[in-house]
Design a protein around this ligand. Structure first.
Ligand code: ISL
Length: 542
């Protein structure tokens, strides 16, 4: 089997709630996205990944689906969706859907019918007896809540939910579940979607429901991470759904190591085209994601190189709707937002694999500027905050942790203008816009010939014309305290990318002598030392 994703695919991720509101209800929607398709096309990207737009009670902003074949009314109608596909296609842009199949919403018809006592649908979920007055097992939960909730009025039955209690896990041991999901995938593929981003796909198949070895987080995960059953399901979904349409799939694969990721994306096994790994997002993390330390560039470089050399093809990303803005992690309060944003464009567009750009990254959007928990909406952040309160952690510390790690950092509305609500809505935005929209916004960027947006566009365009960037191998050259360098080479073209990943000037190491022409850089002049967050792409002499 071959990989279905093409080497020139560049993906732009849209979090629909936060992108563009067309009807003034404060929530982004599909007509809003359609109205921005010319802008998206102007970036040079050729694929949009839409975070979920299915019907949902929105306990987890659409990652809790109540009807896989309907559009969330506040996002629009199925006609709007069909128009989106057609209008995007007219601009050479594919649509990739988010596929959330580890769990449904508890308001999905299947769960309702299970609760009503229909045996067929009980079997769609994971319902277990409590043991001796206790829960069925000692597992942990991704959102820091208890993963077992009483099933309806039952005395001693619980259903499993690895996320919120409104997200019951599906029972992938049941072949009917597989058949249902295949049907859903066909439905969307028939509409012309180019593929799927598969939510927490490597945890869908639970091997057993025994107690797990006690861990600080996610006790029990050894029973469901990248199991053989999961591999089998992925292979089936590929041959039954993806292959007939030549569609592609990227998996969100939590806690994967290189070996697991290699297996999940092995072309001959025919499962996923590529996987989102997390190790590079955890370089500033201490044990769990809520404890952050300063980002150490060398650790970041080593992790990137490890995955670049360890996997044949990577899903290259530094931001998404779950992660704080990478720019904020990189520069903190030190300034250099523009320089660092451009440097990140250089990094994303020159690594080997499929680049994913998250909405707002192309103008250098940063973490939220809220000062209080009352502005935060994310269920995960609230659960953690409450947990920390129950542990009597001082308020200041609790807030600091949320501020640095909350998923809402990435979910603030897209900053279109310097006007009211950043031009995102004429109503009241569901989540407050960042005050820096006065200076950081699309309209202002579009006027700048040398702004962050212009630089992203240039890098996206450059990648399109370069075989070395699209298909060439990756060769790490230097990983220091400040400087990172690698070569991308294919027959006939050799490029070297050099980065100063810090806010201080850094001397070019003697070991790193590269001869050639600078074909892209975020600074005009080049000396023996690299300026703060300087990026250079050099075409080596043949
Ligand atoms: O945010 C996280 C990583 O820093 C995780 O806790 C996250 O919940 C996990 O990566 C799974 O994410 C995906 O599934 C969740 C949903 O809330 C996320 O938005 C989604 O990307 C449940 O569907």
């Amino acid at each position: 089997m071959a990989r279905n994703v093409k080497s020139d695919t560049v993906v732009y991720q849209i979090y629909p709630r936060s992108y563009m509101d067309s009807d003034g209800d404060g929530i982004g929607d599909i007509p809003g996205i359609i109205s921005r398709l010319d802008y998206i096309a102007s970036l040079g990207v050729n694929t949009i990944w839409l975070s979920p737009v299915y019907a949902s009670p929105d306990d987890d902003n659409g990652y809790d689906i109540s009807d896989y074949k309907a559009i969330q009314p506040h996002f629009g109608t199925m006609e709007d969706f069909d128009r989106l596909i057609a209008e995007a296609r007219a601009r050479g842009i594919d649509i990739v859907m988010d596929l959330v199949i580890n769990h449904t919403s508890d308001e999905h018809e299947w769960f309702r019918r299970a609760l009503a006592g229909e045996e067929k649908y009980r079997n769609y979920y994971i319902i277990k007896e409590g043991k001796g007055g206790k829960l069925p097992n000692n597992w942990g939960n991704f959102f820091a809540e208890c993963p077992w909730t009483k099933f309806g009025d039952s005395e001693n039955e619980y259903y499993l939910h690895l996320f919120s209690k409104k997200q019951p896990d599906l029972n992938w041991h049941n072949p009917d579940v597989l058949a249902e999901i295949e049907d859903i995938m066909h439905f969307w593929l028939e509409k012309g979607v180019a593929g799927f981003r598969c939510d927490v796909i490597n945890i869908i198949y639970k091997n057993s429901y025994e107690d797990g070895k006690k861990k600080l987080i996610l006790t029990g995960s050894e029973h469901y991470l990248s199991t053989d059953g999961c591999h089998e399901i992925l292979a089936k979904l590929r041959s039954a759904c993806l292959e007939p349409y030549k569609a592609w799939a990227v998996g969100e694969t939590v806690f994967v190591d290189i070996d697991q990721a290699r297996k999940l994306t092995d072309v001959d096994r025919g499962e996923l085209d590529m996987a989102f790994s997390f190790e590079h997002m955890e370089v500033d993390q201490v044990i769990v994601k809520w404890f952050r330390t300063k980002l150490k560039p060398k650790k970041l470089m080593r992790t990137i190189s490890k995955w670049q050399t360890g996997l044949d093809w990577n899903a290259v990303y530094f931001e998404n709707h779950d992660q704080p803005r990478f720019i904020s992690r990189l520069v903190g309060a030190r300034g250099y937002r523009e320089e660092a944003s451009k440097m990140m464009a250089g990094l994303v567009m020159t690594l080997r694999g499929t680049p994913f750009i998250f909405e707002g990254q192309e103008i250098g959007m940063t973490n939220f500027d809220y000062e209080d928990m009352s502005d935060v909406m994310d269920i995960e952040s609230h659960n953690i905050y409450n947990l920390l309160s129950s542990l009597h952690l001082p308020k200041r510390l609790r807030w600091r942790m949320i501020r640095l790690t909350s998923r809402d950092n990435a979910r603030t509305p897209m900053q279109w203008t310097d006007g009211e609500h950043a031009g995102f809505t004429e109503g009241t935005p569901w989540l407050k816009v960042n005050g820096n929209h006065k200076t950081v916004n699309v309209k202002t960027e579009e006027r700048k010939a040398d702004g962050v947006l212009a630089f992203w566009k240039r890098m996206i365009a450059l990648r399109k014309t370069s075989d070395a960037l699209k298909e060439g191998g990756f060769e790490p050259l230097y990983e220091g305290g400040r400087i990172y360098a690698y070569r991308r080479r294919c027959e006939g073209e050799s490029l070297v990318a050099i980065f100063n990943m810090t806010a201080k000037e850094a001397k070019l190491p003697r070991a790193l002598k590269v001869e050639g022409e600078v074909i892209a850089s975020n600074y005009d002049t080049h000396g023996d030392a690299l300026l703060p967050f300087e990026f250079e792409l050099i075409r080596e002499e043949a």
